[in-house]
Design a protein around this ligand. Structure first.
Ligand code: ATP
Ligand code: ATP
Ligand code: MG
Ligand code: MG
Ligand code: MG
Ligand code: MG
Ligand code: MG
Length: 269
């Protein structure tokens, strides 16, 4: 490359900051739709859960996983999606901005590109925006607790929203009255309102609404010796220890750990 002399402007490259993430930590990227309260109104989303919206989110996340092999699993609910990278990933040399921006742009572009696949009668009014952040978790337990935290969030929000919208749509309360009615109630109270007033057993609500969607990679054994790797969606209860027992291999990273420093040689000692 010696023919291409470096220009005198090249020094500005040194202003770029090193944003490599710490080795041997779990990398999580979470995306969230910007002002989706309004976006869902503008696109006539069914309340409290529009299945088309959830399926489009899932498909955009699937597109990300198909493209980025180092994403181990992903969890989505409402207008958010979390992506967990393989612990030892060396994609983009673990540079935070590269990982975050590439992933977000693939997700956002896919959301728009596949809009019509799910919203057949609803025109996309304007380009949606997703924000994103990168979080590192040093231990498996931290990562498990992260997954539990996001799924607990689905549970809390969905139980509230299901009760709220039943009070409004079937109970003929105004949104303000419904909000007042639910103020200070605990889970048991909301379950009771749903059951006694609307004949709804909350546990029979679709699992995708109650628990969100987990996208996992599974290896399938084919007829022959061959195996095929697929991405599958499940709606399991990650708050139960049983899930982590049944999926104990999930967090095992079979790829070689990255070596970042040379082991000291004997003559250095
Ligand atoms: P912010 O920009 O701060 O994220 P937001 O309006 O997106 O604001 P969130 O807390 O992210 O607020 O909540 C997302 C909102 O989007 C939900 O409260 C709900 O109103 C709406 N929403 C998202 N997905 C769906 C869906 N599948 N069906 C119905 N409503 C949805
Ligand atoms: P990377 O993923 O590393 O960025 P890249 O293939 O995108 O790889 P760049 O150095 O970003 O490489 O260069 C972008 C390339 O895209 C150009 O070299 C050119 O081949 C092509 N390209 C981009 N815009 C145009 C355009 N408007 N007309 C023709 N070619 C274009
Ligand atoms: Mg937000
Ligand atoms: Mg949002
Ligand atoms: Mg949100
Ligand atoms: Mg480039
Ligand atoms: Mg480029």
């Amino acid at each position: 490359n010696s023919i291409m002399a470096k220009s005198s402007f090249e020094y500005v490259k040194n202003f770029e900051l090193d944003d490599k993430l710490i080795p041997n930590t779990w990398i999580v990227v979470r995306l969230d739709g910007k002002c989706f309260h309004k976006f869902s109104d503008d696109h006539s989303f069914a309340k409290p859960n529009d299945l088309r919206g959830l399926k489009l989110m899932n498909f955009a996340a699937y597109s990300v996983m198909k493209d980025i092999n180092d994403v181990l699993m992903a969890f989505g609910q409402s207008d958010e999606y979390s992506f967990v990278f393989k612990k030892n990933t060396n994609l983009y040399k673990r540079r935070a901005s590269k990982l975050l921006t590439t992933l977000n742009s693939k997700f956002s572009a896919s959301y728009v590109y596949y809009w019509n696949k799910y919203f057949t009668d609803e025109k996309l009014q304007y380009p949606p925006t997703f924000d994103g952040r990168v979080i590192m978790y040093p231990s498996d337990q931290n990562l498990i607790d992260y997954m539990k935290w996001r799924q607990a969030d689905v549970h809390i929000n969905n139980l509230y929203n299901t009760t709220f919208w039943n009070l409004v749509l079937k109970g003929n309360l105004s949104p303000m009255e419904a909000e007042k009615r639910l103020c200070g109630t605990v889970s048991a109270d909301k379950n009771e309102i749903l059951y006694s007033e609307f004949n709804i057993n909350y546990n029979n609500e679709p699992a995708i609404f109650r628990r969100g969607t987990l996208l996992l990679r599974k290896v399938l054994q084919m007829d022959s010796q061959e195996t095929a790797s697929i991405i599958t969606d499940v709606h399991d209860d990650m708050l139960k220890d049983k899930f982590w027992k049944d999926n104990s291999t999930l967090l095992l990273d079979k790829s070689k750990p990255l070596v970042f420093v040379e082991a000291p040689t004997t003559d250095m000692v």
